[in-house]
Design a protein around this ligand. Structure first.
Ligand SMILES: [Zn+2]
Length: 269
């Protein structure tokens, strides 16, 4: 997770987190500050009707961890020059947690379901093709509310990336011995294999992202955490393909490995 944008904090936001400890999410506007609740009432909790009902509250088995509801709020960028608001909404629960003395503590926890503007989930190389960037931001917008659809958008991002890498979308196949050839669509997998000949590292990463995308398309089982794993791999592949600095470092490493020692520039005479 080393160079993943927002890293652990985004993974924390994909799960439940304590209501008074928001993950340090990056401001989607300036991408420098983090999103913060300015005051105690920046995030408002509203109890669900069942949770608040007398039927539940008077039930003989009622425990505080039956309490649940929804929240809405406005977080603001920590950079005062930016101050962009991000509107957030989701669910809250009161969770029972065992304490050190064999008793039970209760902790209010939130689960983020939607934010506008959508959060940034990746540091994109400047040269990353625009359609790829657009699909990734769509995945980010859907990440919390519909992870399976977000996984699907990652799959579309790979298709756009392969197209930008000039990998053909179709191939000619013979229809029969005497009939003319016809065009057949290449699968994402076939296209990734074609990229592998030229960019083996990036293609391997994309193959893994494709499997995560498939779990969104075909099974609808992808979780936010899975999508974020895919984002990490896709980010690495994009930097391999479009970040000149990454390529330069790989070239220097190759030279050092070949010499089994430092590469010195020839001295001027
Ligand atoms: Zn900001």
């Amino acid at each position: 997770m080393s160079d993943f944008y927002g890293g652990q904090e985004l993974l924390d936001a994909a799960k439940k987190f304590p209501a008074d400890r928001w993950p340090r999410l990056l401001c989607p506007r300036c991408e420098r500050g983090t999103l913060q609740a300015k005051s105690a009432d920046s995030v408002v909790k509203v109890e669900a009707a069942d949770s608040a009902s007398e039927l539940w509250r008077n039930h003989e088995a009622w425990e505080p961890d039956w309490i649940y509801g929804y929240f809405h709020g406005a977080l603001h960028c920590s950079e005062t020059k930016c101050d962009e608001p991000t509107i957030v909404t989701g669910e809250y629960t009161l969770d029972a947690i065992p304490d050190d003395d064999w008793g039970i503590d209760y902790e209010e926890r939130l689960r983020l379901r939607f934010s506008i503007p959508g959060l940034r989930i990746m540091k994109m190389p400047q040269k990353c093709p625009e359609p790829v960037q657009a699909r990734i931001q769509e995945a980010a917008n859907l990440l919390w509310s519909d992870p399976a659809s977000a996984a699907n958008r990652l799959r579309s991002a790979i298709e756009e990336l392969l197209t930008a890498q000039k990998i053909p979308r179709t191939k000619l196949v013979p229809k029969g011995a005497t009939q003319p050839k016809r065009r057949k669509r290449l699968s994402a997998h076939e296209r990734i294999i074609m990229l592998k000949a030229r960019e083996p590292d990036a293609a391997n990463l994309l193959e893994a992202v494709k499997w995560i995308g498939n779990s969104g398309s075909h099974e609808g089982t992808a979780q936010s955490e899975d999508v974020l794993d895919g984002v990490t791999l896709l980010e690495r592949a994009l930097h391999d393909l479009y970040d000149d600095r990454g390529k330069e470092l790989a070239r220097i490493a190759k030279q050092i490995n070949a010499r089994k020692g430092p590469v010195r520039k020839p001295r001027a005479k």
